[in-house]
Design a protein around this ligand. Structure first.
Ligand SMILES: [Zn+2]
Ligand SMILES: [Zn+2]
Length: 151
């Protein structure tokens, strides 16, 4: 029996999962981009992380990242070029859980990275921080700031 591949760790879902050209209407054909492929693109092209870092964050090999980026970019570009519908979904994924620590009661707990809630599961305090890698900690801290605090 073949060993099932490890799920790819993702931290965000796209805002929309279906894209169609406005000027031409829908074509019969559609391309499908997995959530894992999309996450690899996001971390590389939007967060400007190295393939090494992305591989570490998604818990897969650098070769797999390289292959995923290559296929995903080709699919996206082809879809745009040919006016195809783009569907984002599927893939062998699991949502990354941030290891949180409460700065008030020192309780450790985990929160799915896609969950906007950051409150302590024990005392309800909002004075918490993500204890994960530097990138995630930064990202999680940015998320808990109120919009007024942004420059
Ligand atoms: Zn985090
Ligand atoms: Zn607490």
């Amino acid at each position: 029996m073949a060993r099932p591949t490890k799920p790819r760790s993702i931290r965000r879902f796209p805002a929309s999962t279906t894209y169609q050209p406005l000027d031409q209407g829908a074509r019969e054909s559609a391309v499908e981009i997995g959530y894992d492929e999309f996450e690899a693109l996001r971390l590389t092209d939007v967060e400007h992380m190295s393939q090494e870092e992305v591989a570490q964050m998604m818990d897969i090999s650098r070769q797999s990242i390289q292959l995923m980026l290559q296929t995903a970019r080709e699919k996206l570009t082809r879809a745009l070029f040919e006016g195809q519908t783009i569907l984002i979904g599927g893939g062998h994924i699991e949502v990354y859980h941030c290891p949180y620590i409460c700065l008030d009661c020192h309780q450790s707990f985990s929160i799915p990275a896609t969950d906007p809630t950051r409150d302590c599961s024990a005392c309800g305090s909002a004075n918490t921080r993500c204890n994960s890698d530097a990138f995630c900690a930064l990202h999680c801290q940015i998320e808990v700031q109120s919009p007024q605090e942004k420059p």
